[in-house]
Design a protein around this ligand. Sequence first.
Ligand code: NI
Length: 177
Amino acid sequence: MAIIPIRTFGDPVLRETGSVITEVDDALRQLAADMLETMYDAPGVGLAAQQVGVRRRIFVYDCGGGPGVVINPEIVETSGEWEYEEGCLSVPELRFDIVRPRFVHLRGTDLDGNELDIEADELTARCFQHETDHLNGMLLLERLEPDVRKKAMGTLRRRALAQQALAAVGLQARSAD
Ligand code: NI
């Protein structure tokens, strides 16, 4: 098992739609194991393939009930509303109050090829929606109200510029040696 670097905001892979998985092989089982290890290390309650640079439809999660792996997830039904302060390992240090459906009915398959049919609410339902969004190339930023989103984008842009400035100072320091 291995911990994989988590891709963050600005990485184009996070905007890509994952391809449907047609075969569970050893490589996919290894990916799922690595994704779970990466998620627990972060730590987080869910992780989608795009977040480790893979364009395939698989996510892992553990919302307190033990580890789970979902291949080709599909949310077939939602109901209710629930507000929750949501974060994302790919948008570090920022959290947002987001309203989404309280209940979801998720279908997919597991690593043994069994069909999954899960009804979930609150945190688990939120996790399923968030991770399925990732597999469709969507970040939680796109779920924000326009003014909140604008502010968040400003924060992320300033952060990226500060990181570039630090990197440039580092380069100068090295070239002065
Ligand atoms: Ni996320």
